[in-house]
Design a protein around this ligand. Structure first.
Ligand SMILES: Cc1cc2nc3c(=O)[nH]c(=O)nc-3n(C[C@H](O)[C@H](O)[C@H](O)COP(=O)(O)OP(=O)(O)OC[C@H]3O[C@@H](n4cnc5c(N)ncnc54)[C@H](O)[C@@H]3O)c2cc1C
Length: 519
């Protein structure tokens, strides 16, 4: 079946469940509910491939700390944002959150999840199977056994291993299964424009969508799940019910936007006798499915009060962390960030004064041996209500306000990456292995980037006035509206989000399977 041509304009649907958005979250729920006799309508704005015209719908504005252009950070097509071919050729990084990520933490307000890691573990186990990867315990053990004695000695104190797996599962492959399903009907090229409430204001009455030829699609579902991604979930709630907004009684929709901080923070100055190979923890020979890094143990994080952070030691040419090279990378990527990166003159000066480093980089391309261990960090942000998604001044081609992201960073966000690197420094020095050289260029704040992880904008909380959704993902105040995806994360940890998105989607699917009979 080709979903793009199977629907006539002006059609009406009355499924049990309407899922808006066919990314990893929406597809996982649809797959779980397939063949259960529940009718599911999966409505996707894009087609089977990535199309420039459809990508335009993802344009938006950003006016805080420079963020990647929104239409380059999200993909509108069946399979969702996890589509760039690199991600399924080389695998996308998967890892569960850590126990501490679910807890209330000393310097954070409202960071706790309404449940603990142990409660999500059964769903992580299913997510791991769905992604075709090993249980994380087994992966950690085999990775640890492959590590050198020197590397292992680093992980017996304040630091512990942080193992990532790289599934090759591509969600767009689900098309074969879902397009043949009797229960799940997929509408491609169908953009949801409004979720309308009934007269009570407590129930979704209709989901309105539009197709590229302008024809209308009306859906009258018993239950709706919004799964349109971390920014778009907030935008759809803010613009819905004919512009009145949904779920925003406490003004929380769009607040607490977070990204994952990602940058080269410095390098490890190794002592004589310690080799790069000894500490090459990220090692993925032949793009193997496991790679790793280090993290500061939960107990030290609790004691010292900083945020979770992944530390990757990656063999690189010596110049990679120099100011000149990093400034050149920033300048090269700056057209892709909004607002424009500031301090351009300083970056240009760094490039000019760093010409010898750049020459070193160029020469190193021809040499096969890396010269240093670069320290790359992937840091967590604290939940911050001032970092937010609102509606922009601009409008899309249908006249709907675009998303505007005001990304903010706190001092704790920045200092936490430094504190984690300090623990690594201490551990290296104590063992006589080397030291961390924190790169001076970090004084220029714009070198820190986001990792395209859009988090927190419809946060989950057990109290209605402190969250947008309840612990099951239901929008507070609306009986039959749920949200899936990283927008529900109340705090974020240092792991990439999609494995957790899938685990939560599996949990929600279990709930929906049961709920449909009662709605
Ligand atoms: C370059 C890059 C690298 C990444 N690498 C990793 C990684 O290694 N590991 C990891 O865990 N994560 C990674 N991510 C993040 C990952 O892509 C997201 O976490 C994941 O795709 C989110 O899934 P989702 O289903 O919630 O949303 P999305 O994947 O964004 O899917 C949302 C879907 O909803 C559709 N949609 C939106 N609005 C509407 C509407 N109004 N009507 C109908 N449909 C709509 C969209 O077309 C899209 O198909 C990466 C992201 C990028 C950009």
């Amino acid at each position: 079946m080709d979903g793009s041509s199977s629907v006539r304009g002006g059609e009406e649907f009355s499924p049990d469940l309407c899922i808006v958005g066919a990314g990893p979250a929406g597809i996982t729920i649809a797959q779980e509910l397939d063949r259960l006799g529940i009718s599911v309508l999966l409505v996707e704005a894009g087609g089977l491939g990535v199309e420039a015209a459809v990508q335009e719908q993802s344009r938006g504005e950003s006016d805080g700390y420079p963020l990647h252009l929104l239409h380059h950070s999200r993909v509108r097509a069946f399979g969702g944002t996890l589509r760039p071919s690199r991600l399924w050729d080389e695998g996308w990084a998967a890892r569960p959150l850590d126990a501490i990520d679910f807890e209330e933490r000393a310097r954070l307000t409202d960071a706790a999840w309404p449940f603990r890691l142990a409660d999500l573990e059964p769903f992580y186990e299913r997510a791991v199977k769905l992604c075709g990867i090993q249980p994380f315990d087994a992966a950690s053990t085999s990775w640890y056994q492959d590590a050198s004695d020197t590397a292992r000695s680093l992980m017996d104190g304040e630091l512990e291993p942080m193992v990532f797996q790289f599934p090759a599962v591509a969600f767009h492959d689900a098309w074969t299964e879902l397009s043949a399903s009797e229960d799940v009907h997929v509408l491609l090229h169908t953009r949801v424009t409004d979720i309308e409430l009934d007269a009570t204001g407590r129930r979704v009455r209709r989901v309105n969508a539009v197709r590229p030829d302008g024809s209308r699609v009306s859906v009258h579902p018993r239950i709706v799940v919004i799964a349109t991604g971390g920014i778009e979930n907030a935008r759809l709630l803010l613009t819905s019910d004919r512009g009145r907004g949904i779920g925003n009684t406490h003004g929380l929709v769009g607040r607490y936007f977070a990204e994952r901080l990602s940058f080269f923070a410095g390098y490890v100055d190794l002592t004589d006798g310690t080799s790069i190979e000894d500490l090459d923890l990220f090692h993925r020979p032949g793009l193997s499915e496991i790679g790793g890094g280090l993290r500061v143990s939960d107990s030290v994080q609790r004691e010292e009060g900083f945020l979770n952070c992944a530390l990757f030691l990656i063999p690189r040419p010596a110049a990679v962390t120099s100011s000149g090279v990093r400034s050149l990378a920033t300048l090269r990527k700056s057209p892709d960030r909004r607002p424009r990166v500031h301090g351009m003159w300083r970056h240009m000066r760094n490039v000019f004064t760093g010409l010898p480093d750049l020459a070193g980089m160029a020469l190193n391309r021809f040499a096969s041996r890396p010269q240093t261990l670069a320290l790359r960090v992937q840091g967590e942000q604290s939940p911050n209500p001032e970092s937010r998604v609102t509606l922009g001044r601009g409008r899309d081609d249908l006249g709907i306000p675009v998303a505007r992201v005001t990304w903010a960073m706190t001092e704790l966000d920045r200092s936490s990456t430094r504190s984690a690197a300090d623990v690594l420094d201490r551990s290296l020095r104590d063992r006589g292995l080397g030291s961390v050289q924190w790169a001076a260029h970090l004084e220029s704040t714009t070198l820190i980037e986001g990792n395209h992880h859009h988090l927190g904008t419809t946060r989950m909380h057990e109290e209605a006035d402190r969250g947008v959704v309840d612990p099951e993902g239901k929008v507070y105040g609306i009986e039959n509206l749920y949200v899936a995806g990283s927008s529900v994360f109340p705090s974020h940890g240092a792991s990439n989000p999609t494995l957790t998105i899938i685990a939560l989607a599996l949990s929600l699917a279990d709930r929906l399977r049961w709920l449909v009979d009662f709605m």
